[in-house]
Write a protein that binds this ligand. Structure first.
Ligand code: SF4
Length: 154
């Protein structure tokens, strides 16, 4: 199998005061069981209560973060476009823009570059290939999600 193009490293630095990737009406954040534990602990809640309060289940039963009923963006994004749970944010948020669906094709990557100013920033740092691979795997893991608590897998 040939080496993926991103293994050579990709320049990226998340831009302060941007928040574009979170400010996406209808966006879905899938969760790994580890994410639910970290988020619940961050909010000083037990996981079941946190899931009930801040999450919902998709039609196929996977737990995802709730969106604001009016704006349809993530409930944790405040008026200044800042994440109010940044320190505990789920893996899928941490791994953006290096999602499996974004690096899948030239076309999807070009779209991602057009949407994320951090990929064209003049002050971007090179993210090395191993780090990118970890992010892609975390995103895939999160997309599989979990449907019950406690989950069958951890
Ligand atoms: S769109 Fe890119 S630069 Fe903007 S907040 Fe998201 S990751 Fe950072």
């Amino acid at each position: 199998m040939s080496r993926p193009w991103w293994m050579a490293g990709v320049p990226f630095t998340c831009q302060p005061d941007c928040g574009k990737c979170c400010d996406e009406p209808g966006g879905i954040v899938y969760l790994r069981p580890e994410d639910a534990k970290i988020m619940a602990s961050h909010h000083e809640m037990v996981v079941e209560e946190w899931l009930e309060r801040d999450c919902r289940q998709t039609l196929d039963g996977r737990w995802v973060l709730k969106s604001d009923p009016v704006t349809e963006v993530c409930i944790y994004l405040d008026e200044d476009k800042k994440c109010t749970t940044y320190q505990a944010r789920p893996a899928q948020c941490k791994s953006y823009p290096f999602w499996a669906e974004n690096v899948r094709s030239d076309r999807s990557w070009k779209k991602t570059v057009s949407e994320c100013p951090g990929l064209e920033s003049e002050v971007a740092f090179i993210i090395d290939g191993d780090t990118i691979r970890r992010k892609i795997l975390d995103d895939r893991d999160a997309s599989r999600g979990f449907r019950e608590w406690p989950p069958k897998r951890m």
